[in-house]
Design a protein around this ligand. Structure first.
Ligand code: PAF
Length: 280
């Protein structure tokens, strides 16, 4: 596995490469969810292709007062996960490599980013779009793979690629869960044992709303209230949002219709977790 730590190195590597390249952008603290992204990337790379993983805890997407400083950075373990998964290239730049002190250009999606996580995390998606653009420009992948757990992020990146004509195909990968249903996330590491037990409430809430929908309920507010009731029954859980949205436009729905997704963000103690479920 080749490891590159400078932007110039990444760029030179990409310029000299002939193989089809597939990128998995990550912020590290790799878990089974990332391993699944890497597996899909390998499939996408086809025979002789290159699987590249980037690990960069992107300061631009952490809003002030959030967990940028304490975000886990297990460098050695991450490197091992990549090696064992058969990754060809690990791009691991330092912040000074990625951002000029006097930077003044950002990439901003202005519609899909407004609601859901964008409403509670101002500037977050601007940070995501800016860093993903930079990674695409440096590493020039043909394909990039993202998890569906970050549902809004995936929709925004697809829109960015469409609107700005990036020559990159975006592939979404279904969420990987623990046996009890909790979606895998690097932030699960913050949970105490008690909080970890309560964190399954996101999945239970989404499934309860789905059951209600399967029973014939089509009112979005009733489905949302059901999910919220389940969440508040867990001791330290606090709802950030629960929303029923269109799978593509992310517009909030008043009534259930095909391609509806229940999206939710919940604080378990001080940790904010997200999940989503296609319920129609
Ligand atoms: O999903 C993530 O881990 C990050 O938001 C991403 C896409 C790597 C950009 O920093």
């Amino acid at each position: 596995m080749k490891i590159i730590e400078t932007s110039e190195g990444a760029y030179q590597h990409a310029l000299g490469r002939r193989a089809r390249s597939v990128l998995v952008p990550t912020m590290g603290a790799l878990h089974r969810g990332h391993q699944e992204l890497i597996r899909v990337a390998r499939e996408q790379a086809r025979i002789g292709g290159e699987v590249a993983v980037s690990i960069f805890v992107n300061p631009l997407q952490f809003e002030p007062g959030s967990d940028f400083q304490k975000y886990p950075r297990p460098e050695r373990e991450d490197e091992k996960v990549c090696r064992e998964a058969g990754v060809d290239l690990l791009f691991r730049p330092r912040a000074e490599e990625m951002y000029f002190r006097d930077r003044s250009v950002y990439v901003e999606e202005t519609s899909l980013s407004m609601g859901l996580c964008g409403a509670s995390r101002p500037g977050h998606f601007r940070g995501v779009c800016t860093v993903v653009t930079k990674l695409f420009n440096l590493l020039m992948p043909k394909v990039a793979v993202f998890g569906e757990k970050d549902y809004q992020q995936l929709a925004i990146i697809r829109r960015m690629v469409r609107d700005l004509n990036f020559p990159v195909a975006i592939v979404g990968v279904p969420t990987v869960r623990d046996a009890d249903g909790l979606a895998l996330s690097s932030r699960n590491r913050y949970l105490s044992a008690e909080e970890r037990a309560q964190a399954t409430v996101l999945r239970h809430a989404a499934l309860a709303a789905e059951r209600l929908a399967q029973g014939g309920e089509i009112s979005a507010s009733k489905l949302i209230d059901m999910a919220k009731d389940v969440i508040t029954s867990a001791g330290s859980a606090r709802v950030d949002y629960v929303s029923l949205i269109d799978a593509e436009t992310l517009e909030p729905l008043q009534t259930l219709r095909p391609k509806a997704v229940l999206a939710l963000a919940v604080f378990i103690g001080g940790t904010r977790l997200i999940d989503n479920l296609r319920i129609a």
